[in-house]
Design a protein around this ligand. Structure first.
Ligand code: ADP
Ligand code: ADP
Ligand code: MG
Length: 495
């Protein structure tokens, strides 16, 4: 039985896992790098250990150090969260070999699905439709050229070991092919130490719709409906929702069954996600499986009332899934917005800095999973996710309205955040009518959008009203000569 768990992660997901552990009566052990010594997850955990220098390779990716720390702290289990070592089969194997429980699937399942080429082959055998493309790696430029011509442009070059939107390149014609192959392989080598790439047909305006699955060690496998994650920048999600606007009961059952088949094909255990692309004729194609808890898992929790992280702990402890497929129900609609420290007006580049003030929204139907608080320093070393706001409502429009209110309540000073960008997207008529696809942000001009004249925030108006020019001048040891203009003041002059 798990009495103590080490959480091999940081930020909001580490906090989320600590809370679930607490509800299960499990003590939590946090690990942290030098820059994270004051982080929220460190202070929330029951114990914490420094595991090294800020670069992830020297701390959060140091498998041996993490396992050694878990053993030293007398943990029985390690929860990997998402990112970092979560989809690293070697790590899962080492955890198993050390006699610890990996709160997730077996290393064999991670291995089978971690390689996109192998996963596509397995799915084809299991009768799950995959995105049209090749089933082997590219081994030369001439090979790539031949395959690309057969598929027909546009195509995507994709990294076999890909994740987080990295190692993907769009190729519109044969002239762009060679450079794209090199760029994708280079990015894949630096991100996943694996240069292998393959080709997929580029689907036009698909939706990204994924299915949450849950499996125990006894072969019981269920699905927990879909999440639509089509609003993306750089192939990475920013707004997600559940249910999807276009998924009806028939399609839901078909995709759910395919997802269960996919999970069973790799003897899956724990929570996992089967990602699909859905074309304009509602054909769905397997994209990849994420063998871990997903960033957007709270959507599923809000519409089903289940707690996926607690279920992960129970399954890791050898429990059976305590319900059948028929007993899982959906209620209402949920929308999630990811709050990153990044600047939408500057190509979504990360925006590190000190958080001078953090105020997260509250209220009916609002859940906030956050890893930040006032005073924290956001470094350049890790994924810049700060927190997630999830709004639930009886229907899509209620959830959307609650999200608008929540975003307007959100205050994060000191770094750039996408809050006003998210408000614009949520208010876009095409979003409101549910006409989303993975190229939505590009198509509707949200990428590289020039700064617009926004409504001036109330705080700025108050500051302007209170501003006295004579004080500013006095601070410099000068006096302001009295003129009608200074009497009126800049506030009235400015209209
Ligand atoms: P999700 O798939 O849960 O919706 P993302 O794709 O945004 O979320 O990934 C969440 C985090 O996990 C990001 O920091 C991303 O870079 C990281 N990540 C995702 N897949 C992998 C992988 N295969 N290897 C390493 N890191 C990954
Ligand atoms: P990652 O492992 O980085 O998450 P995925 O294979 O899940 O990579 O793809 C990420 C995103 O890239 C998808 O959600 C989608 O927007 C886009 N994408 C991937 N493959 C295709 C494709 N064949 N056609 C169109 N878009 C694609
Ligand atoms: Mg993906």
């Amino acid at each position: 039985m798990i009495k103590k768990v080490l959480i091999a992660n940081r930020s909001e997901i580490a906090v989320r896992i600590i809370r679930a552990a607490r509800e299960e009566g499990i003590s939590s052990v946090a690990v942290y790098s030098d820059v994270d010594k004051d982080a929220l997850h460190v202070r929330m955990a029951d114990e914490s250990y420094n595991i090294g220098l800020p670069p992830a390779k020297e701390s959060y990716l140091n498998a041996d150090k993490i396992i050694e720390t878990a053993l030293k702290a007398n943990c029985q289990a390690i929860h990997p969260g998402y990112g970092f070592l979560a989809e690293n089969a070697d790590f899962a194997k080492k955890v198993e070999d050390a006699g610890l429980i990996f709160v997730g699937p077996s290393h064999a399942s991670v291995l089978a699905m971690g390689d996109k080429i192998q996963a596509r082959n397995l799915m084809t055998k299991a009768g799950v439709p995959v995105v049209p493309g090749i089933l082997a790696k590219i081994d030369s430029f001439s090979h790539a050229k031949k395959e690309a011509e057969q598929l027909g442009y546009p195509i995507l070059v994709k990294a076999a070991g890909g994740g987080g939107g990295k190692g993907i390149r769009l190729v519109s014609n044969s002239n762009e092919l060679e450079a794209a192959l090199e760029a994708a392989a280079r990015e894949a080598t630096s991100a996943f130490s694996d240069p292998r790439v393959y080709l997929e047909k580029y689907l036009e305006k698909p939706r990204h719709i994924e299915v949450q699955v849950l499996a125990d060690s006894f072969g019981n496998t269920v699905h927990l409906f879909e999440r639509e994650c089509s609003i993306q920048r750089r192939h990475q999600k920013v707004i997600e929702e559940s249910p999807s606007f276009i998924v009806d009961d028939d399609l839901r059952a078909k995709m759910g069954n395919a997802a269960v088949r996919a999970a069973k094909a790799v003897n899956y255990r724990s929570a996992g996600t089967i990602e699909f692309l859905v074309d304009q004729n509602k054909n769905f194609f397997f994209l990849e499986m994420n063998t871990r808890i997903q960033v957007e898992h709270p959507l599923t929790e809000l519409i089903t009332g289940l707690d996926l992280v607690r279920l992960q702990f129970r399954i890791a402890n050898g429990a059976k899934i305590p319900f059948t497929q028929d007993q899982i129900h959906r209620h209402g609609h949920a929308i999630e917005c990811r709050i990153y420290a990044e600047d939408p007006e500057n190509n979504f580049l990360p925006s590190p800095g000190k958080l001078h003030l953090v105020r997260m929204p509250q209220g009916p139907g609002i859940r906030v999973d956050s890893g930040i608080e006032t005073g924290l320093e956001i470094s350049i070393y890790y994924d810049p996710i700060l927190s997630k706001i999830i709004a639930w409502g009886e229907n899509r429009e209620t959830a959307r309205q609650r999200m608008l209110i929540a975003l307007r309540e959100t205050v994060v000073l000191g770094v750039q955040t996408p809050v006003s960008f998210l408000l614009d997207v949520l208010n876009d008529p095409n979003f409101i009518s549910g006409h989303t696809h993975t190229g939505f942000l590009e198509e509707h001009g949200f990428i590289n959008k020039p700064p617009t004249d926004k409504e001036v925030p109330l705080e700025v108006l108050v500051a302007a009203a209170l501003y006295r020019p004579e004080r500013a001048v006095a601070a410099e040891g000068k006096t302001l000569s009295s003129t009608p203009w200074t009497e009126i003041g800049p506030w009235k002059i400015g209209g």
